[in-house]
Design a protein around this ligand. Sequence first.
Ligand SMILES: [Fe+2]
Length: 248
Amino acid sequence: MGFLSNIFGNKESNSIPFNPLQVDMHSHLFPGIDDGVENYEESIKVISGLYALGYRKFIVTPHIMSDFYRNTPEVIRAKCEELRKVLKENNMDVAIEPAAEYYLDEEFEKKIGTKGLLSFGNNYVLVETNYMSPMHNFKEVMFKLKIEGYNPILAHPERYVYWYGEDFSKYEELYDIGILFQINISSLVGYYSGEAKMIAEKLIKNKMVNFLGTDIHGPKHLKPIQDAMKTKAFKAACELDLLNNSLL
Ligand SMILES: [Fe+2]
């Protein structure tokens, strides 16, 4: 059925790396609703590739961003049902669950008190913020989420390079108030930038990582993820108390 087919090209890069993670909690696998996969063929390709790397469950997290992706929980749940059907037709025995990657904008702040956020596991809510400059009320929004009983997970903290100072104190401050950190696996091979790689490694060294995520948007991301799984930093991260498999 082509489930474990060679999708990585040459033999060397297709060697299966060490990966104890069975659950991915950050992905863009529903076609047509964000900048993730373009069609179901790509969804299948990506899920097959990650299955070959050991994954058995996917929390799918389409962007919700008021300026670009005005997705609602209803739309996302409907897409999840569609993909489940496609997976069944292809005899693929993997679990998928609908969630979201919320961009911290004013619309999001309005939703916090409505009990309407798409959460998963231990009432986790995956959030992302501005890449260019710090958001003035970031901590306040995180506290609001916690007061409402949500457990915020910050997606790819290593990509917010403006927080990096020589003493690393901004990251420590955020981690210490109970924001959970999810590093992107491909950051470990410098997929985003050298600085993001360095920050990701430092977060791992300081044991400030709760989840590792693929943040996969399409088949082109499979190779950097597979390569990153062969790094020492990935191995070190997997020795931390990661929460991925608590989501099984
Ligand atoms: Fe993402």
